[in-house]
Ligand binder design. Structure first.
Ligand code: B4P
Length: 197
């Protein structure tokens, strides 16, 4: 399986690029942000719990997110060519849980693609999206700054977790959406070497 993590701060283009890579490589796209927003929209107990964190720019507790991923892997491993993880893992505990869940399924992460974008550009993009997205966490610069703070204190460490495995590629995340897709695809084509898992 070609299992990839698309990594980067909020607004770095993970969701945007994951959609394009999923189409190109025929992958299953798993976005924890989308899954949590679906639960919120349904008003499920999980969604109501998640809302308290998401609307304030904070990370949802690990056990909630890991539980969702476990269900998705149970449903899909063995049935798809690979998975692109978007917005997961966001903490070292999530990364360790993902490694273990994949190992139980006799597969692993092939590559971690880390998008790099300057902080001013991140804030600009998210405020721009906030004009139309209806997302409470995109509309207020203070909440965006909180999300960036969560990224720096908790999520940035995830790159270190994978750095030991030599699987992380840093990719410049500024430019047109098409240019960035080509950079990411270049890394994937170089890294996968057609190896089967
Ligand atoms: P996410 O849904 O993952 O949201 P995000 O970090 O804002 O990134 P997203 O993928 O949506 O946006 P993108 O950068 O593509 O998470 C939302 C919240 O859910 C989190 O704050 C947290 O509370 C919770 N959550 C999710 N996963 C979690 C986990 N694992 N653990 C705990 N909590 C979790 O795009 C941003 C904007 O930039 C878009 O408008 C896009 O059009 C634009 N853009 C993209 N590329 C561009 C480019 N090249 N040039 C100009 N604009 C561009």
């Amino acid at each position: 399986m070609l299992n990839i993590i698309l990594f980067g701060p909020p607004g770095s283009g993970k969701g945007t690029q994951a959609y394009r890579l999923k189409e190109r490589y025929n992958l299953l796209h798993i976005s924890t942000g989308d899954l949590l927003r679906e639960e919120k929209a349904k008003g499920s107990p999980l969604g109501l719990e998640a809302k308290k964190y998401m609307d304030n720019g904070l990370l949802v507790p690990d056990e909630v997110v890991i539980g969702m991923i476990r269900v998705k892997l149970e449903e899909n491993v063995g049935k798809v060519a690979g998975i692109i993880f978007d917005g997961f893992p966001r903490t070292v505990a999530q990364a360790e849980a993902l490694d273990q869940l994949l190992e139980e399924k006799e597969t692993c992460i092939e590559q971690v693609l880390a998008l790099e974008v300057g902080e001013d550009e991140l804030v600009r993009r998210l405020l721009e999206r906030g004009k139309t997205s209806g997302r409470a966490d995109d509309m207020d610069e203070e909440k965006i700054r909180t999300r960036l703070g969560e990224y720096h204190t908790k999520t940035a460490l995830v790159a270190g977790h994978y750095a030991q495995t030599d699987k992380v590629a840093n990719v410049a995340g500024e430019g047109t959406i098409e240019e960035i897709t080509e950079r990411l695809a270049g890394e994937l084509d170089r890294g996968s070497n057609g190896e089967e898992e």
